[in-house]
Design a protein around this ligand. Structure first.
Ligand code: HSE
Length: 319
């Protein structure tokens, strides 16, 4: 094996109720990374960036993909180098977990080369830690709520406070996630800087209840509890002004019967809703897109059946 190629999906992180800790893997959009083994150097070299975002840094240390691979190589003292091709399917500044996806795809492809060279399997937790270093380069903070669902799939709860950094939360089957990306850019760094550093006790208590209710509802297949818990009292009110027609899109989505809730995907501008069925999801996509279009903003909708798969290898070239 001299090359490995991995796909990593878009994700919603945070997923409304759990700021920086709860995320959902999506299907239908994602990034691809191909790495090729070099035995004549130990360098990580980004040779090509294609797709919907092309103007990313090519210097490995400044690039999410490069940083994840460098973290792997430095931690494991690897004596080979890699040429790296990145294909972006996730738009920049979209709130769809694009930086996490590039870092995760790099970790998964890098792990395949590592296995071929050393015959050792790199545990998922190690791949997770390296991908987080990529996220740190993009955002300035290693928040795990996109990297975790992107790598592990499904609905994930993750925190550096846990011994095992990622826990998959069981989900009821038959649910769908509708993500709509309006064509405006929100930089995560900016969307984090505008957040107030303090939380009022009352808000803390209520938000904690909502997070616990959502996770419990999901794990016990109680979709009514999920729906009534799906509210962000803390972050959404501080960020919604960054998104055109947010109030109208939310009102239109929540009026659709079978919608479990609506919020901002990550730091926006994408918004997302959870739906009880594929038909509800289609209706939600139309309603939300319609509100953006009334505000003269073009948008793209992605519908994912939940739980969605995490990152995986897509090609192997044996030479
Ligand atoms: N949880 C982070 C935030 C993710 O909302 O700032 C951004 O992609």
């Amino acid at each position: 094996l001299s090359s490995a190629r991995a796909f990593a999906p878009a994700s919603v992180g945070n997923a409304c109720v759990g700021f920086d800790i709860l995320g959902i893997a999506l299907s239908g959009a994602g990034d691809e990374v191909e790495v090729t083994l070099r035995t004549d150097t130990t360098e990580i070299r980004i040779t090509e960036i294609t797709g919907v975002v092309a103007n990313l840094p090519k210097e490995a240390r400044a690039n999410t993909t490069g940083a994840a691979l460098l973290a792997m190589h430095e931690d494991l003292n690897l004596t080979y180098g890699l040429d790296v091709k990145i294909h972006k399917g996730i738009p920049f500044g979209s709130g769809m977990g694009g930086s996490a996806a590039s870092a995760v795809a790099a970790a998964v492809a890098g792990a395949a080369i590592y296995k071929a060279v050393t015959k050792k399997t790199l545990p998922l937790e190690k791949q997770f830690a390296y991908a987080l270093e990529g996220e740190r380069v993009a955002v300035g903070a290693a928040h795990p709520d996109n990297v975790a669902p992107c790598l592990y799939g499904g609905l994930t709860l993750s925190s550096p406070l846990f011994t095992k950094p990622v826990h998959k939360v069981p989900m009821p089957s038959g649910l769908f996630c509708v993500l709509v990306h309006p064509n405006v850019e929100v930089e995560t760094k900016h969307a984090r800087q505008i957040l107030r550093p303090e939380v009022r006790m009352q808000v803390y208590v209520h938000q904690t209840a909502l997070l616990a209710g959502f996770v419990l509802g999901s794990a016990t297949k109680n979709t009514d509890l999920m729906a009534e818990s799906f509210r962000d009292l803390l972050i959404e009110p501080q960020r919604q002004h960054l998104i055109p027609a947010f109030d109208k899109a939310k009102a239109a989505a929540c009026a659709v019967s079978g919608c479990l809730g609506f919020s901002i995907s990550g730091s926006g501008p994408s918004v997302f809703a959870l739906a009880r069925s594929a038909n509800v999801a289609k209706k939600l996509a139309l309603e939300i897109k319609n509100q953006f279009s009334l505000a003269d903003v073009e948008s793209q909708a992605y519908i994912s059946s939940l739980p969605a798969k995490g990152a995986h290898l897509i090609t192997k070239k044996n030479k």
